[in-house]
Design a binder for this molecule. Structure first.
Ligand code: CO8
Length: 260
C-alpha cells in the first residue's frame, strides 16, 4: 500500500476501512487529503479481494468541510480551468463497491457531502450534519444542494443551506432518512464494519448490480428505471452466485458465493 499521510487504511477480511486522519484541522478536505481518499478508494474498488468499504473519521470530526484556508484565495478562472472539485466528486460517485460512511462528530460542508456520496450512512450519537457554506459567501459545491434535497426534502434542505446554521443532529438525521442508524460513538465503526462484512459476504456481482440499480432511481424516470432494473435482474442469472444462491436455498444449506 502507498504511504499515506492523511488517511489510514486497513482491511478486515473482505472489508476495507479508510480513516481520515488529519486531526489538527478536523479532517478538513485539502487537496492532499482528497487525493489520498481517491487513491485508496480506487485501489480497493479494483481489488477483487474487497467487497465493501467503510469510510470514517475521528470521534470529533468525520470532516469539517473543504479546507477553507487552502481555497480562500482561489479564483473563478483557475477553478474553472482546473475543474475544482469536479474530478474529485465524479471519481467517488463512480466507485462500484458499496461504501458505508461511519460519521462521528462534525460532517459539515464538504464533509456532509462526502458522507452523502457514500451508499449507507451510520451516525454516532454526537454526529452533526450541516451545510454552512453560505456563512463563507459560497454554496455547497460537491452535491449538497442535490443529495441533501433528495435525502431530507426541499424545506429542510433549504433551511440548512440558506441559513448555514440549522444543523441536523444524529437523531434528526435518522428521522429525515439521511442516515439509516445511530450508534454510541465508540460502537459506530464496529457496526459499520459488521454491515460491510455482511454485504461483502454476498455475491459481489449482484451487490454491484444492486448498487447500480438503486443509484439509477436518482437519475431515471420510473419506467426507464424499472427497465434498467429488469435487465440487470435478468443478467444476474449469468452468474455462478445466482446458481449457488438458489440451489443452496432449495437444498436447505448456506450459499457459498464465489463472487462470479
Ligand atoms: N478548513 C480549514 N481548517 C479547518 C476547517 C476547515 N473547513 N474546519 C476546522 N479547521 C481547523 C481550524 O481552523 C482549527 O485550526 P487551528 O487550530 O490551526 O486554528 C482546527 O481545525 C480546529 O478547529 P476549531 O478550533 O474551529 O474547533 P472548534 O471545536 O472550535 O469548532 C467547527 C469546530 C465548528 C467545526 C469549526 O472548526 C468550523 O466552523 N469549521 C468550519 C466549518 C465549515 O464552514 N465547513 C464548510 C467549509 S466550505 C466547504 O466545505 C465547501 C464545500 C465544497 C465542496 C467540498 C468538496 C468535498
Amino acid at each position: 500500500a502507498p504511504a499515506y499521510e492523511m488517511i489510514k487504511t486497513e482491511t478486515q477480511g473482505r472489508v476495507a476501512i479508510i480513516t481520515l486522519n488529519r486531526p489538527k484541522a478536523l479532517n478538513a478536505l485539502c487537496s492532499e487529503l482528497f487525493h489520498e481518499i481517491n487513491d485508496a478508494l480506487a485501489r480497493f474498488d479494483n481489488d477483487a479481494g474487497i467487497g465493501a468499504i467503510v469510510l470514517t473519521g475521528s470521534e470529533r470530526a468525520f470532516a469539517a468541510g473543504a479546507d477553507i484556508k487552502e481555497m480562500k484565495d482561489a479564483e473563478f478562472i483557475s477553478n474553472y480551468k482546473n475543474n475544482f472539485l469536479g474530478h474529485w466528486v465524479e471519481q467517488i460517485s463512480k466507485m462500484r463497491k458499496p461504501i458505508v460512511a461511519a460519521v462521528n462528530g462534525y460532517a459539515l460542508g464538504g464533509g456532509c457531502e462526502l458522507a452523502m456520496m457514500c451508499d449507507i450512512i451510520y451516525a454516532g450519537e454526537k454526529a452533526v450534519f450541516g451545510q454552512p457554506e453560505i456563512n463563507l459567501g459560497t454554496i455547497p459545491g460537491a452535491g449538497g444542494t442535490q443529495r441533501l434535497t433528495h435525502a431530507v426534502g426541499k424545506s429542510k434542505a433549504m433551511e440548512m443551506i440558506l441559513t448555514g446554521s440549522v444543523n441536523l443532529d444524529a437523531q434528526e438525521a435518522k428521522t429525515y432518512g439521511l442516515v439509516s442508524a445511530v450508534f454510541p460513538p465508540e460502537k459506530l465503526v464496529e457496526e459499520a464494519i459488521k454491515t460491510a462484512t455482511k454485504i461483502a459476504s454476498k455475491g459481489a456481482v449482484s451487490v454491484q448490480m444492486a448498487k447500480e440499480a438503486v443509484n439509477q432511481a436518482y437519475e431515471l424516470s420510473l419506467s426507464s428505471g424499472l427497465h434498467f432494473e429488469r435487465r440487470l435482474f435478468q443478467a444476474t442469472f449469468a452468474t455462478k452466485d445466482q446458481k449457488e444462491g438458489m440451489s443452496a436455498f432449495a437444498e436447505k444449506r448456506k450459499p457459498n458465493f464465489v463472487h462470479e
